[in-house]
Design a protein. Structure first.
Ligand SMILES: NC(=O)c1ccc[n+]([C@@H]2O[C@H](COP(=O)([O-])OP(=O)(O)OC[C@H]3O[C@@H](n4cnc5c(N)ncnc54)[C@H](O)[C@@H]3O)[C@@H](O)[C@H]2O)c1
Length: 340
């Protein structure tokens, strides 16, 4: 049931047949969907993850379709243990998703964010070059565009890279390193500039706003909205993101490519949609706004269409329904768990 929700893509089955792909951060939210997607399209996959925010049970679907224990390396990309699988196994493609992903955490502590996202990325790129892999697919973020003027939305890839917080800075630095490795080592890259990714399995203290609001409402609590809730995001469904990664693996270096819907949705609009889907009528609790938060964002996906043949297929209402169904299943499992 769960797997089938994620994989309505039978038309592209087998296009990655035999391709060897290392996925860093593969036990995370996005990574686990990517791993499933790559396996279903015929790739051989190895996962590197230090499980700092990732979870082994995120890979249950992947295990059901062939990921073995040997294919999972629990290690940190900042050290040799985390990159050895790249240099030894010599994949065709490295999909680099491992990162410190929280803006709030990066604002409080920029150094660990930079350590994981800059030093970790450089380590992965070094190993990719040593292994002779032809392509790296990198998860960048809309945060690298910073504050885009209203007239510039939806933002295209030619807009200035102008991050305004430490997490945007570390992700943008990754882009500069990709340029350097391409120029000096001939390493092709596709950097997916991801919007606000949401979908089943997104959990944890610092997870995305859709998952946080849905989780609170499903537990019978009030959802928290930062500030007036009129800040906008480009919400993109995780299955669509996984499909973009699979397409990137077979396309070759496409450079920077936005992965979003082109639509701005305010957080408060998303809240109302989630509340209606859950059937909750509690008003949201408004907390103070997050300092330095980007006010408006939407990504122009035209280049993704032209270069990858990608377009979003799941709209927010459909995606939220999948998130709520997943949340209900998780809650039911928690409530059925034996008391120790
Ligand atoms: N979710 C979003 O809305 C979003 C938006 C833009 C970009 N991204 C990017 O997509 C990627 C995946 O994000 P996610 O939402 O799945 O987050 P996530 O936290 O679920 O996944 C990150 C994974 O990387 C692993 N990891 C972190 N540091 C590591 C290290 N030093 N060594 C090895 N593994 C490490 C974590 O354990 C986790 O499994 C990240 O690069 C993130 O910046 C996500």
């Amino acid at each position: 049931m769960y797997l089938s929700e994620l994989t309505g893509w039978s038309d592209s089955a087998d296009v990655l047949r035999g391709m060897r792909v290392v996925v860093t951060g593969g036990a995370g939210f996005v990574g686990s969907h990517v791993v499933t997607r790559l396996l279903l399209t015929g790739a051989r996959v190895k996962v590197v993850d230090n499980l700092s925010t990732g979870r082994l049970d995120n890979l249950d679907d992947a295990r059901r379709i062939g990921l073995s224990e040997r294919d999972l390396v629990v290690a940190d990309i900042r050290g040799p243990g985390g990159t050895a699988v790249i240099t030894r196994w010599r994949p065709d493609v490295v999909v680099h998703l491992a990162a410190q992903t929280s803006v709030a955490v990066a604002v409080r502590a920029p150094a660990p964010d930079a350590d994981a996202n800059i030093c970790g990325t450089v380590n992965v790129l070094d190993a990719t070059v040593s292994a002779g892999a032809g392509l790296v697919v990198y998860a960048a973020s809309s945060a690298v565009y910073g504050r885009v003027p209203a007239a510039g939305l939806p933002v295209g890839e030619d807009a200035p890279v102008a991050p305004i917080h430490p997490h945007g800075i570390s992700k943008a630095t990754g882009l500069r390193y990709l340029d350097w490795y391409r120029e000096h080592h001939g390493l092709a890259y596709t950097a997916l500039m991801l919007g606000n990714v949401y979908g089943p399995r997104q959990t944890g203290l610092h997870c995305g706003v859709v998952a946080r609001m849905a989780g609170a409402l499903l537990r019978g609590e009030r959802a928290v909205v930062a500030g007036d809730g009129r800040q906008t995001r480009d919400f993109v469904y995780v299955g669509d993101v996984a499909h973009a990664v699979a397409l990137a693996c077979v396309t070759g270096g496409a450079g920077m490519v936005n992965i979003g819907t082109g639509r701005e949705t305010s957080v408060i609009e998303a809240y109302h949609l989630i509340a209606a889907t859950v059937g909750a009528d509690r008003p949201a609790r408004h907390d103070p706004p997050v300092t330095g938060e980007i006010r408006r964002m939407a990504l122009d996906p035209a280049r993704a269409g032209a270069r990858l043949g990608w377009q979003p297929t799941v709209d927010l209402a459909e995606g939220v329904a999948l998130v709520v169904a997943d949340g209900r299943r998780r809650l039911a499992r928690e409530r059925l768990a034996p008391i120790r």
